[in-house]
Structure formats: structure tokens, C-alpha cells
Design a protein around this ligand. Structure first.
Ligand code: SAH
Length: 255
């Protein structure tokens, strides 16, 4: 490891409510020389980046890649080799569907010091703001997180729909808007009850959060009617019923 190399911090920014940013994330953002970010952290957090830091938008938002993952990796390595203190800012938690693991591997391979700063993942916090605990003693003691964004032209799905359909716990889908109807169909085809409650939460924890509730059978049509857009979290399971009891919560911050 070269003594002249800088250090890279893989920092999670949480789901959007700026007060859900950790103290450590705040400190590292404020003292960064270079910040490499995409749009997922949300406007308020991005607007709070220090003016004197070099800011690089790698623009990976809902499939609109302005830089490939390989280019992002190269950028991280290059800036660290210039001796810079680099923050790679990511929405939610860097290691939950954020490709943070891949970036960390590249840094290790290049002999660059790095640290991960976990963030509050949208997979848990977004349902929470919508009044949906992902586990509940009376409903389920299991939860699984899956990516809903799979290339439909891929011959084989990575997702084991048969196992998922049998899984009794809560299923939380990230990146699931585009493939929503395929995903709910797969679950029903493999035997999941069409009456299973489903919620989709768009822009969770932000001021314009929106919740759509239905069932496995009805949710795809509802989402189409309401023009549901990414970023959104889909929650499948009995815990969704708690939305009516616990109600929605919004960020306390005006932004
Ligand atoms: N590392 C992130 C997830 C990155 S994948 C995390 O831990 O939260 C991107 C997906 O995260 C989006 O497609 C969406 O499913 C979800 N997501 C992130 N922030 C969200 C938000 N505020 N509201 C709803 N979904 C969100």
C-alpha cells in the first residue's frame, strides 16, 4: 500500500430524510476532498455537500447510467491514487444492492485503504415510514430482500420464484417497478395466494412519499393507474395490513 494514496469512504446516506444521515456520514461528507455520488441520496443531502469539495456525478439513477460501474471503479481508484480523501456517497446502505461490495473489492485489489459507513437502508426504513414493520411477532418472523430488476430476456432467472412463493415471511423488493407485473405473476404462478397484501412506497421518507396498497392480484394494475415510478419499495406479506393501523409518517424536516 502506498503511503501517498488517499483513502476512500463508502458512505451510505440513508433513504432520503436528511435527518436519517448518520453523524459519521455527515462528518465524512463535510471533510471530503472528492465526493463521487449519484442521485439516489436525494436533493437535500446532495445540496449539503461542501462547496470546496470536488463533486463528481456518476448519475446512476433508475437505469440511466451516465457512467458504467467499471468507469466508477476507475474514478475511485484514480482519485485515491492522487492522494485524495474520497467519499463515495450512496443511497441507503452501500452494501445493500448498492454495488458497494464490488467497489470495495476493487479498492482492496488496488491496495487502497477504504472504510464502509453503513447507512439506513431503504429496504427497512421506507416500509417503516409507511407504517409497515418488516417483521412482526403476530405476522411473520422472517424477511427477505430481493432485487426486482432482472433482465427479462435473460434465459434463467437468478430469483428462485418457487422458493419465494413458498416463503412465509415478508418479501421486500428493491428496484421492482419496471418488472412489477412479471414479478407478481411469477409469485402467483408458483402458488402464492393472490390475496396476499402488497404495498408500493415511492420516494419513501421524503416529503413527497406516496403509498399504494393492494393485493398480489391487483397491485400491477393499480401501479399502472397511479403511474408508480422508481425509486420505490414493494412489500409483500401480511405485515402490509399494519399500514392501516399504524399509518404513514413523514419527515419532520422541511426541505
Ligand atoms: N443501497 C440502497 C439501495 C440501492 S438500489 C439502500 O440500501 O437503500 C436502488 C433501489 O432502492 C431503488 O430502486 C428503490 O427500490 C430503493 N430505494 C432507495 N431509496 C428509496 C426511497 N427513498 N424510496 C423508495 N425506494 C427507495
Amino acid at each position: 500500500m502506498s503511503g501517498n494514496y488517499g483513502k476512500v469512504y463508502l458512505v451510505g446516506s440513508g433513504p432520503g430524510d436528511p435527518e436519517l444521515l448518520t453523524l459519521k456520514a455527515r462528518r465524512l461528507i463535510d471533510s471530503a476532498e472528492v465526493i463521487i455520488y449519484d442521485q439516489l441520496p436525494g436533493k437535500t443531502i446532495l445540496d449539503s455537500m461542501p462547496a470546496n469539495a470536488e463533486k463528481i456525478d456518476v448519475g446512476k439513477c433508475a437505469g440511466n447510467h451516465t457512467m458504467t460501474q467499471a468507469e466508477i471503479n476507475k474514478m475511485l481508484v484514480q482519485k485515491a491514487k492522487e492522494g485524495k480523501r474520497v467519499v463515495r456517497l450512496k443511497g441507503g446502505d452501500p452494501y445493500v444492492f448498492g454495488r458497494g461490495g464490488e467497489e470495495a473489492e476493487v479498492l482492496v485489489a488496488e491496495g487502497i485503504e477504504f472504510e464502509v459507513v453503513p447507512g439506513i437502508t431503504s429496504a427497512i426504513a421506507v416500509p417503516a415510514y409507511a407504517g409497515i414493520p418488516v417483521t412482526h411477532r403476530e405476522n411473520t418472523s422472517m424477511v427477505t430482500f430481493i432485487t426486482g430488476h432482472e433482465d427479462p430476456t435473460k434465459p434463467e432467472s437468478w430469483l428462485d420464484w418457487e422458493t419465494l412463493a413458498k416463503f412465509g415471511g415478508t418479501i421486500v423488493i428493491l428496484m421492482g417497478v419496471k418488472m412489477l407485473s412479471r414479478n407478481v405473476e411469477e409469485l402467483m404462478k408458483h402458488g402464492k395466494d393472490p390475496d396476499t397484501p402488497v404495498a408500493i412506497i415511492e420516494r419513501g421518507t421524503r416529503t413527497d412519499q406516496r403509498v399504494t396498497v393492494g393485493t398480489l392480484a391487483s397491485i400491477a394494475e393499480l401501479a399502472k393507474e397511479r403511474k408508480v415510478k422508481a425509486p420505490a419499495i414493494t412489500v409483500i406479506g401480511d405485515v402490509v395490513k399494519l399500514h392501516d393501523v399504524l399509518g404513514e409518517q413523514h419527515t419532520g424536516t422541511e426541505f
